[in-house]
Write a protein that binds this ligand. Structure first.
Ligand SMILES: [Zn+2]
Length: 339
């Protein structure tokens, strides 16, 4: 099969690799219908995380080709969606809704799903089958559910977005944009999208943003306060992962409000005195996407949401290197790869 391998920062190749096989009786093998490049794949690409001959990708949708002897809930021929942690969905942590911390979790990034085929561990717990074979135009949106939509959704839930609330969203990447969509679905009254890019502002509005804030850092905080009677937003989503974004999120939150943070933190250090004085709830981390998959798949299936619009570049898998370049240079928000 063909699979993406990052040899070193900036050096992405698509190579012939051995087809995966069933290792554990709880495994399934899927043939990918689509995969994609994540904003977090840019950290090693830019040299901000070490990388050496590493398989890439943790987002996936596809058709089950083979299942191990103990797999019960998915069968050969099913179209399935999974998330970036394989999880049993039965342990105490999973049952509490935190499948990203399953006691048996397996990181899909180590298996690499920017590929034609992939082995999915703990298939019964990890994979959710769609009601049938999807129309091709639904595939990007089902693909989004695998990570960026599920992650944006978790951020909105963690921030307690809901009816009557004014939500601020820091970050206009795919996750931030889908945080806007999630906040809208959860019934938020006003959604302030923080973005300086015209195309992303337009998509944010389409997904439900009622206001655009172009200012960043403390100027952005001042603008959010101005729009909320000086109080700050109740739920604030942080979908970047930098020091500036995290402090902007905390400072934009009103006392008693909630920050849902899902940007992968890089060198973020929250000063204790500022945290102490802020009086806000902070919850986030790797999203338990699996918890939301059944609901998100149904919303996509019923065509109530169209999160696949975050993909603004589609390439064949063999051109993955071009996709990485486009996301690195910000000429694309999110790249869909077709094996
Ligand atoms: Zn578990």
């Amino acid at each position: 099969m063909r699979q993406v391998v990052m040899h070193a920062p900036g050096d992405v190749r698509v190579e012939d690799r051995e087809d995966p096989t069933i290792i554990e009786p709880t495994d399934a093998i899927i043939r990918l219908s689509a995969t994609c490049i994540c904003g977090s794949d840019l950290w090693p690409y830019r040299g901000a995380e070490p990388v050496e001959h590493q398989v890439m990708g943790h987002e996936y949708v596809g058709v089950v080709e083979e299942v191990g002897d103990e797999v019960r809930t998915v069968k050969v021929g099913d179209f399935v969606v999974g998330s970036f942690w394989a999880s049993d969905n039965t342990c105490e942590i999973c049952r509490a809704g935190y499948q990203a911390y399953c006691v048996h979790r397996v990181p899909m990034g180590a298996i690499g799903t920017q590929s034609e085929l992939a082995r999915i561990p703990l298939a019964d717990g990890t994979l959710v089958a769609t009601p049938g074979m999807p129309d091709p135009d639904l595939i990007p949106s089902l693909m989004a559910a695998s990570d960026v939509l599920g992650t944006g959704w978790f951020a909105a839930v963690a921030a307690e977005a809901g009816p009557g609330k004014t939500v601020a969203v820091v970050g206009d990447g795919a996750v931030g944009l889908l945080g806007v969509l999630a906040a809208k679905q959860l019934g938020a009254e006003r959604i302030l999208a923080i973005s300086r890019h015209a195309d992303r502002q337009a998509l944010a509005r389409e997904f439900g943003a009622t206001h655009i804030v172009e200012e960043r850092g403390e100027d952005g905080v001042a603008k959010v306060k101005e729009l909320t009677n000086g109080l700050g937003a109740h739920p604030v989503i942080e979908a970047v992962g930098t020091q500036e974004a995290m402090m902007q999120a905390i400072h934009s939150t009103r006392p008693g409000g909630h920050v849902g943070f899902v940007g992968v933190s890089h060198d973020v250090a929250i000063p204790g005195d500022e945290l102490f004085m802020a009086g806000v709830h902070i919850h986030g981390g790797p999203a338990p996407v699996r918890q939301y998959l059944p609901e998100l798949i149904q919303l996509v299936w019923d065509r109530k949401i169209d999160p696949g619009k975050v993909f603004d570049l589609t390439l064949p898998l063999d051109k993955a290197a071009e996709g990485y370049q486009a996301m690195d240079q910000r000429t694309a928000t999110k790249v869909l790869l077709l094996p």
